[in-house]
Design a binder for this molecule. Structure first.
Ligand code: MG
Length: 339
C-alpha cells in the first residue's frame, strides 16, 4: 500500500517580534506533514518556508501533492524517495525537508530507535545552543537579555543602523559569550572595520557579514578576522561548499535551506573533508522542525536551534535547549509528541 501524506497548518507566535537585518514579524505559519504507512505508523515533519529562499506557506501547500506522488510504499527507501522528489521539483527545500523528516521519523520509529541512535550517534555529545536576541530598542534588548538568563551563549543580530548601540546595550547587560550574525547586512569594508569593535565587545564568532554572492568579500573578512567567520546565506546546499573552501571557517546548515536530512549529513561530511567548522541553525519553527535538526547535532561544532525557544507557545514537545544544552528526546523516531 502506498504511503499517504496529510498536512496540518501550524500558527506560531514569537514572544517578541523577531527582527533581523531584513525585517521581522511575530506571526509565523508553518505546515506539519504527516506520512502514514500501511500499518498506521506515522512520521512527522515541519515545513518552515521563508521568502528569502523563495518559499511561502502557499508554495509548500502547492508542491506537496506533487512530492506525495513520489513516496511509493517503502519508507526505508530514503535515498531513492528523496532523489525522486528532487528530480520532480528541485527547489522547495522547506517542503521537501518536511517529507524527509517525516520519513526519517517513520523508519526510526519502526526500528524502535531515536533518530540520533538510528544514525549511530551519541545524544550526550550534542553541544550547547545559542539563544538569539533580535534587533530592538535598547530597553527591549535589555529585557530580552534578562529573559534569556538561562542561556550561556547569546547570538546578536547586527547589520542594521544601530549596531554599536546594540552591542553596547547587550554588553552592559551581560558578560555572557556573544556571537554575531550580520545576515548579509554589511559590505566587506564595513565588516573589516567592525572586526576590532567586535573584538572589543568580546564577540567570539561572526556569521554571514556580507551578501550571499560576495564570496571574495567573505574571504576578505575571513583573512582579517581572528574569530571564526561562518557562511549561512552563502551556503544553501552541499554544492555551495567547494567554492567556500579557504574563504570562511565554516558553514551553517539549515534544513529549510538544504531540503533533506540526508543532504544535511552530506554537507557535514563535505565540510569536514575540508576541515571546516559546522554549525546548524534554524528558522522560526516549532519543536517538530527543531528536533529533526537536533538529532544530528552530535556531529556539529556550533548549534543555534532556538527557533522553538523563541515562541510564546509551542504545539510540540521535543528537543530542548534548557540551560543552553541541547537535549534530545529518547523516544523512537524524532521522539516528538503533541503538547
Ligand atoms: Mg544566520
Amino acid at each position: 500500500m502506498p504511503l499517504t501524506l496529510s498536512t496540518e497548518l501550524l500558527s506560531l507566535r514569537t514572544r517578541h517580534p523577531f527582527i533581523i537585518a531584513r525585517g521581522g514579524q511575530s506571526d509565523y505559519r508553518t505546515l506539519m506533514v504527516r506520512i502514514t504507512d500501511e500499518d498506521g505508523v506515522e512520521g512527522w515533519g515541519e515545513a518552515a518556508a521563508t521568502r528569502f529562499y523563495g518559499e511561502t506557506l502557499e508554495t509548500v501547500q502547492a508542491v506537496l501533492p506533487r512530492y506525495a506522488q513520489e513516496l511509493g510504499s517503502d519508507p526505508q527507501q530514503l535515498e531513492a524517495i528523496e532523489a525522486r522528489m528532487f528530480a520532480a521539483v528541485s527547489g522547495n527545500a522547506a517542503a521537501r525537508v518536511a517529507i524527509s523528516s517525516a520519513l526519517h521519523d517513520l523508519v526510526a520509529k519502526r526500528a524502535g530507535l531515536s533518530l540520533c541512535r538510528y544514525w549511530g550517534l551519541d545524544p550526550a555529545a550534542a553541544p550547547r545552543s545559542t539563544f538569539t536576541i533580535g534587533m530592538d530598542t535598547p530597553e527591549m534588548v535589555r529585557r530580552k537579555v534578562l529573559e534569556a538568563e538561562q542561556y550561556p551563549v547569546l547570538k546578536i543580530k547586527l547589520g542594521g543602523d544601530h549596531d554599536l548601540e546594540l552591542l553596547q546595550t547587550i554588553r552592559s547587560a551581560t558578560d555572557r559569550e556573544l556571537r554575531v550574525d550580520a545576515n548579509c547586512g554589511w559590505t566587506a569594508s564595513h565588516a573589516v572595520a567592525m572586526l576590532p569593535v567586535l573584538a572589543e565587545f568580546g564577540v567570539t564568532l561572526l556569521e554571514q557579514p556580507v551578501a550571499p554572492t560576495d564570496l571574495e568579500g567573505l574571504a576578505r573578512v575571513h583573512r582579517a578576522a581572528s574569530i571564526p567567520v561562518i557562511a549561512d546565506e552563502s551556503c544553501v546546499t552541499s554544492r555551495d561548499i567547494a567554492r567556500l573552501v579557504g574563504k570562511v571557517d565554516g558553514i551553517n546548515i539549515k534544513l529549510a535551506k538544504c531540503g533533506s536530512l540526508r543532504e544535511a549529513l552530506r554537507m557535514i561530511a563535505i565540510a569536514r573533508s575540508h576541515s571546516m567548522m559546522v554549525m546548524v541553525g534554524c528558522m522560526i519553527e516549532s519543536s517538530l522542525g527543531i528536533t529533526a535538526a537536533a538529532h544530528f547535532t552530535p556531529l556539529v561544532d556550533v548549534v543555534d536551534l532556538d527557533g522553538a525557544a523563541l515562541l510564546s507557545q509551542d504545539p510540540f514537545v521535543g528537543a530542548t535547549i534548557e540551560g543552553g544544552q541541547v537535549r534530545l528526546p529518547d523516544g523512537p523516531g524524532l521522539g516528538v509528541t503533541r503538547r
